[in-house]
Every structure is written in structure tokens, then in C-alpha cells.
Design a protein around this ligand. Structure first.
Ligand SMILES: C=CC1=C(C)c2cc3[nH]c(cc4nc(cc5[nH]c(cc1n2)c(C)c5CCC(=O)O)C(CCC(=O)O)=C4C)c(C)c3C=C
Ligand SMILES: [Fe+2]
Ligand SMILES: [Fe+2]
Length: 325
């Protein structure tokens, strides 16, 4: 391939994460949850039933409780999910000088459509969209695909490619394995290693969502990269919402069981989350850690997400570069 012409239009890369409230207040949490939980990719209950339930019961009850949880993890740069995603985009930009890299959120700000339009205004004609979900799910990546379809219809002159998943990409797997090894180098290897992924309803997997299979395949790849057998790792699912049966085993039930068994040191990583957020910093590192100890367990050692670390930025830059090659 010849080098691109010196005045070739720059390529765009949009790293898309879920979204998060603007502030740790009940009002901001309510606005965020309302947008998120009315996406039909996320909740499939007919709106005629779901909207009144959401507005009259779920949001009034949940928003103040969840706002307090956000307040416990809030950072100087705002919500951890947004702050880390923006730092990650800057770290990827540093590795792709010929590109224009932006962070965007599927719900809330910086809005995905605004990021794409800003790139277009900078002269970008080809955009790679990288949802920050290593494993594909209709509930997450599928929703970003909907947003891409809407933009394509509105801006037909743009070429937009989307990376559906990277759960077995060797560079990403190596970055996760290295982060676990680095934790062991500092703290020593724990008695057990558990990988906790965000859950989804089992119903969606039965209907064809590949998410669970990708969590399993990624776990096998991470085990192999660590030189372990698959049986040396536990894979569990967290963050259940609602009454339906979600993917099993549940993280909370498992850590309580491990605590009852008297496990002294438990290492926990969350490789489905690109960056730390409410579901890792509060649910795992606080709630699940407390539950483990209350059940009789010893030390619960949370291994942070890849966040804006060099290995992560390099892996994502390489994954995006492959699409454009
Ligand atoms: C309604 C059901 C939900 C599905 C399905 C779901 C799938 C899903 N979510 C993530 C990643 C994240 N979820 C986060 C928060 C969060 N998720 C749900 C519900 C569902 N998620 C809710 C209601 C919330 C908000 C918190 C709460 O009210 O309990 C976050 C963190 C956001 C933050 O601001 O820090 C992430 C990230 C994945 C990967 C996924 C499916 C695979
Ligand atoms: Fe979620
Ligand atoms: Fe949660």
C-alpha cells in the first residue's frame, strides 16, 4: 500500500461507552437512568407498561439510592466512567497521531451523535466506532449499532465502520493477563481468581445473544495467557437488575460461598468493563468485598480495570488500526 497522500483527510475514531450521570445527585441520576432504561435494547417490556412503572416506582425509589453510591466513588474529573473514558481516548490519540480520536457516551454526554458531527466538521470522512465492550451484547453493542444506523441515515457521506467485539483479540487478552500478573507481583497470588462480568437476562442468551459465549471464550483466552487451566478461574455475572433470572452464577452468591468456605485471599477482576465505574468501584470493590468478609472470607483484592493504562491504549489503537488497514 502506498503511503496516504499528505493532504488525505484524517480518520476518526470514536470510543463509545455506556454513559453516566452528570453529577451524583438524584435528579441527574434520574435523567441518566430514564434515557438508559427506555432503550428497547436494554429493557424489552412494552412502553405502555414500562414507562409508568419506571416514572412512578423505579426512578423515584432508585435515583436517590444510586446517587449516594455515585457520591462514594465520584472523582475530581466527574464520574469515574466518564473521566477514565476521556483519559483513555487521550491515551489512544497519543498513539494514533494521524487520527482524530474522541470519547462518547451512548446515553448522556458527550453524546455519540455530537462526537461524529464534530469529527465531520474537522474534515473526517471515515470513522471507526469502537464500543468499549470487549464482549458483544445486543443490550450494549447492539444499542450502539442502532445509534450508528441513525447517524448513517442522517449523514450519508460518511463511512462508518463498527468493531462489534474484541473478546479474543490477543493484544487485549495480553493486556488483561498482564494486569493480573502485575497485581500478583505486588500482592502475591491469591487463593482464588474470579472474573466478574456484567450480567444480562438469560432470556436474551436463549434468543441468540452471543454475550455469554464470548465471556466464556475470553475467560479461556485469559486463563491460557496466564498459563492456567480454565478450571483455575471462576467466571461469574454481576449487576442483576429486576426479578428475571440473569446469567449464572451470580458474583455476589459466589463470593459469599467462597467466604463461607474460608478462602483467605480472593483476587477479583472485571474484564468486561473497559474502565472502572459504579459497577466495579462500588458494587464489586465495596459491596461484594464486604459480603465476602461478612461471610467469613479473608482479603478481597480488587484488580482495577485497564482504564487509561498504556497496554490498554496500545491494544485499542491496534484494534482500530486493523479496521482501517
Ligand atoms: C436493565 C438492565 C440492564 C442490562 C441488560 C445491562 C447490561 C449491561 N450493562 C453494562 C455496563 C454497565 N452498566 C452500568 C450500570 C447499570 N446497568 C443497569 C442495568 C442494565 N445493564 C443499571 C440500571 C445501571 C445503573 C446503576 C444502577 O442503577 O444500578 C455501568 C456503570 C455506569 C456508571 O455510571 O458507572 C456499566 C459500565 C454491560 C457491559 C451490559 C451488558 C453486557
Ligand atoms: Fe448495566
Ligand atoms: Fe449495580
Amino acid at each position: 500500500m502506498p503511503d496516504p497522500a499528505p493532504h488525505a483527510a484524517p480518520r476518526g475514531l470514536v470510543l463509545v461507552n455506556l454513559g453516566t450521570p452528570e453529577s451524583a445527585t438524584p435528579d441527574a441520576v434520574r435523567r441518566y437512568l430514564r434515557e438508559f432504561l427506555t432503550d428497547r435494547r436494554v429493557v424489552q417490556i412494552p412502553h405502555i407498561v414500562w414507562k409508568p412503572l419506571l416514572d412512578l416506582v423505579i426512578l423515584p425509589r432508585r435515583s436517590p439510592v444510586v446517587a449516594e453510591k455515585y457520591a462514594e466513588i465520584w472523582m475530581d474529573g466527574g464520574s469515574p466512567l466518564r473521566a477514565y473514558t476521556e483519559r483513555l481516548a487521550a491515551a489512544v490519540q497519543a498513539r494514533l497521531p494521524a487520527w482524530r480520536v474522541r470519547a462518547a457516551m451512548r446515553y448522556g454526554t458527550p453524546a455519540f451523535a455530537d462526537a461524529v458531527e464534530a469529527l465531520q466538521a474537522q474534515g473526517v470522512r471515515e470513522i471507526v466506532v469502537l464500543p468499549l465492550y470487549p464482549q458483544y451484547s445486543t443490550t450494549t453493542t447492539g444499542s450502539v449499532e442502532d445509534a450508528v444506523a441513525a447517524i448513517r441515515a442522517r449523514l450519508p457521506g460518511l463511512r462508518i465502520d463498527l468493531i462489534p467485539d474484541y473478546h479474543r483479540d490477543t493484544r487485549w487478552v495480553a493486556a488483561v493477563a498482564d494486569s493480573i500478573r502485575a497485581h500478583w507481583a505486588t500482592h502475591g497470588r491469591g487463593d482464588r481468581l474470579l472474573l466478574s462480568f456484567h450480567g444480562i437476562p438469560e432470556r436474551l442468551v436463549r434468543a441468540g445473544d452471543p454475550y455469554a459465549a464470548q465471556c466464556e471464550a475470553g475467560t479461556q483466552a485469559i486463563a491460557a495467557a496466564l498459563g492456567l487451566d480454565r478450571d483455575d478461574l471462576l467466571l461469574t455475572y454481576q449487576s442483576r437488575f429486576g426479578r428475571e433470572r440473569w446469567l449464572q452464577p451470580y458474583t455476589l452468591t459466589t463470593v459469599e460461598q467462597l467466604g463461607r468456605e474460608g478462602v483467605r485471599t480472593l483476587d477479583v477482576a472485571c474484564p468486561g468493563f473497559a474502565v472502572d465505574c459504579l459497577e466495579t468501584l462500588e458494587e464489586i470493590a465495596m459491596q461484594n468485598a464486604d459480603a465476602f468478609r461478612a461471610a467469613g472470607g479473608g482479603e478481597f483484592r480488587y484488580i482495577p480495570c485497564l482504564n487509561d493504562g498504556a497496554a490498554h491504549a496500545e491494544a485499542l489503537a491496534a484494534i482500530a488500526g486493523d479496521v482501517a488497514a
